[in-house]
Design a protein around this ligand. Structure first.
Ligand SMILES: CC(C)(COP(=O)(O)OP(=O)(O)OC[C@H]1O[C@@H](n2cnc3c(N)ncnc32)[C@H](O)[C@@H]1OP(=O)(O)O)[C@@H](O)C(=O)NCCC(=O)NCCS
Length: 188
């Protein structure tokens, strides 16, 4: 178990347009409505059940709340300011050269392309580096996932390697990146 576990309670994080608040049981209907769309799942890990079952969001929520209770991961509901409804999710956990992953995110396709995940990712990254003082984040995406790739690039992450991986959309290549605290603080 990582020495940074258990994590502190999930804080509310605000950006110019978003409020990131702790994921909650009441978010299940919104997730079950938004998440099972090809635009959302195609570049996600093949472990995501597809076709998505009717109880997919409820089953996943139980897992998230359990991990949260053990202090293993942070889970934020992405909401628009002035509206508490979940529009997407961003997760954060400690990664290292062994775990090689420390963040995940998805957003309602109706809201893609407006810079919203850039905002959410920046807020969560700032929290990891400035508040928690973590030395690095490990980040991954399917090579074809240009939006996710670009967010890493814009944040100043270094590409570590490209390896085969199974995605919901089929076999592909996974880019693994490391984003270092020193590089992040130097850019801001
Ligand atoms: C990946 C995802 C979170 C991006 O969210 P978003 O809010 O649309 O991203 P942003 O608007 O902040 O865009 C980030 C950058 O990527 C670029 N970008 C976004 N989508 C793109 C696409 N389909 N093709 C090329 N570039 C894209 C944007 O232009 C922007 O770069 P810029 O600032 O240089 O213009 C969103 O597409 C999503 O939810 N996808 C499904 C789930 C998923 O794949 N999650 C990531 C798994 S690793």
């Amino acid at each position: 178990m990582d020495h940074r576990i258990p994590l502190p309670p999930t804080p509310v994080l605000e950006t110019a347009r978003l409020v990131l608040r702790p994921l909650a049981e009441r978010d299940v209907p919104a997730i079950q409505r938004i998440f099972p769309q090809w635009e959302v799942v195609k570049h996600l890990n093949a472990a995501v059940p597809w076709p998505y079952p009717d109880d997919g969001a409820a089953t996943n929520m139980a897992m998230c709340l359990d991990q949260r209770a053990k202090g293993e991961k942070f889970f934020w509901a992405i909401t628009l300011k002035g509206d508490d409804e979940l529009r997407g999710r961003i997760d954060l956990w400690p990664g290292d050269a062994g775990v090689r992953d420390s963040r995940g995110f998805w957003l309602d396709p109706l809201l893609h392309g407006q810079g919203l995940m850039t905002e959410a990712a920046d807020a969560v990254t700032d929290y990891a580096f400035r508040v928690l003082g973590w030395p690095e984040l490990w980040l991954t995406n399917a090579q074809e996932n240009l939006g996710s790739h670009r967010i890493k690039e814009k944040q100043g992450a270094e590409l570590v390697d490209v390896t085969p991986h199974a995605y919901v959309g089929g076999p592909g290549l996974r880019e693994t990146w490391v984003l270092r605290r020193d590089a992040w603080l130097a850019r801001r």
